[in-house]
Design a protein around this ligand. Structure first.
Ligand SMILES: Cc1ncc(COP(=O)(O)O)c(C=O)c1O
Length: 395
């Protein structure tokens, strides 16, 4: 039984592919008696690194923790500016503030390419800029070649928020997360592979990775398993408890094995969506021109026709049993950041923010379910157009 079977939705937005193998792996950990970080986590790190062609990796308790440690390990601190897309999850912005830095929001490239715009990044670089965080929206690679050149030429760090993109190759063949200085992954429940809560860090420089490993566990001189009832260790720096559990690592190892097969199912759903929704007047399907490119197919976001009532559209889909979401409310529209940056305007992001809707996408979806989604989208858009036609006569 999948998680999707336990909800009232006919088609849930996401669903996990947890099964017998994860249950067996967790059972093995439980019977082993050691639940906190240990040898299973270390094996998971090595396997994840291997899948990405990286030398090593550091597992942490969340993608947010990964971003926090990335910033710290790269020496980003008070007064530094970190450029990032506003169209992303808030974690990179929040962790920049947490280290005393200033998040500087940049625009995305276009309504059909929702990744960070290198030209806008370049315009926002100042003498205080220290790093750029790029996010591979929905699993599609951002323009890493440009961003790598831009940052390297100026001695800036490049952090890849690859939460949507585990084991995805960019055009030149390298895996996303391994092109920048540090790559951060999330294993939150809605991600392509999940451990419940969890994250992973890869880094080009082994010393940066070693700093992440140390800061993950209070910069303790001995590992937690060797802890001698609170004595016998030294603390060399300000660190945190961002350790994952052996339970999560055991799940993660199986999820990593499932990733490729799960992705094929996701790709099939996306192909069905693109075929059924192509050519619908006003409806924009981002990344339609990336056919053949490697992607995680993590999300399927559409832009509703300009002027369509998004709330009514989402309500219509909910009535048909189809769960939707929005990825994302741009960070500079959220209260905490809007207060800090009341005048910030990002032309593309601002123009599309009210039109974004994410349709269900997961590796448990059947053909019937994807048809139910596209049928309900087409019906809701027709109703939306009729409603607009009626209200346009009303003064
Ligand atoms: C793009 C992006 N960055 C960062 C995160 C943070 O990851 P986590 O929820 O594991 O802290 C997420 C997911 O939630 C995400 O989608």
């Amino acid at each position: 039984m999948s998680a999707a079977d336990t909800t009232p939705w006919r088609v849930t937005l996401g669903a996990t592919t947890l099964g017998e193998r994860e249950i067996a792996a967790v059972t093995q950990v439980l019977t082993g008696g050691w639940l906190s970080m240990g040898p299973v986590t270390r094996t998971f790190e090595r396997e994840f690194a291997h899948a990405l062609g990286a030398a090593d990796a550091v597992a942490v308790s969340s993608g947010t923790a990964a971003l926090h440690l990335a910033l710290l390990a790269l020496g980003i601190g008070p007064g530094d500016e970190v450029i990032m897309p506003a169209l992303s999850f808030v974690a990179a912005a929040a962790m920049s503030v947490a280290v005393g830095a200033v998040p500087v929001f940049a625009d995305v490239r276009s309504p059909t390419d929702l990744t960070l715009d290198p030209d806008d990044v370049e315009r926002r670089i100042t003498a205080r800029t220290r790093a750029v965080v790029v996010m591979h929206y929905a699993g599609y690679a951002a323009d890493l070649a440009r961003l790598r050149r831009l940052t390297a030429d100026r001695g800036l760090s490049l952090i890849e928020d690859a939460a949507h993109a585990p084991a995805v190759r960019e055009r030149d063949g390298a895996f996303l997360g391994t092109v920048g200085d540090v790559g951060c992954f999330s294993f939150y429940a809605n991600k392509n592979m999940t451990t419940g809560e969890g994250g992973m860090i890869v880094a080009a420089d082994p010393e940066v990775l070693a700093r992440c490993r140390s800061l993950r566990s209070h910069a303790m001189s001995t590992s937690p398993r060797e802890r001698d009832n609170g004595s016998g260790y030294d603390i060399a720096a300000l660190g945190f408890n961002y350790r994952p559990t052996e339970i999560g690592a055991a799940i993660g190892r199986v999820q990593l094995e499932r990733l490729a097969a799960d992705r094929e199912i996701r790709a099939g759903v996306v192909a069905d969506y693109r075929e059924a929704l192509a050519g619908v007047p006003g409806l924009v399907l981002p990344f339609a021109d990336r056919a053949g490119a490697d992607t995680a197919d993590h999300l399927f976001a559409v832009l509703l026709p300009a002027g369509a009532a998004r709330a009514a559209f989402r309500t219509a889909l909910a009535s048909a049993g189809v769960q939707t979401s929005v990825h994302y409310t741009p960070t500079h529209h959220l209260t905490y950041y809007r207060r800090r940056l009341p005048d910030l305007r990002l032309p593309v992001t601002d123009a599309i923010a009210g039109r974004l809707v994410s349709l269900p996408l997961h590796a448990c979806m059947s053909g019937d379910q994807s048809r139910a989604v596209t049928d309900s989208v087409l019906t809701a858009l027709r109703a939306n157009r009729l409603e607009k036609g009626r209200t346009s006569h009303v003064r």
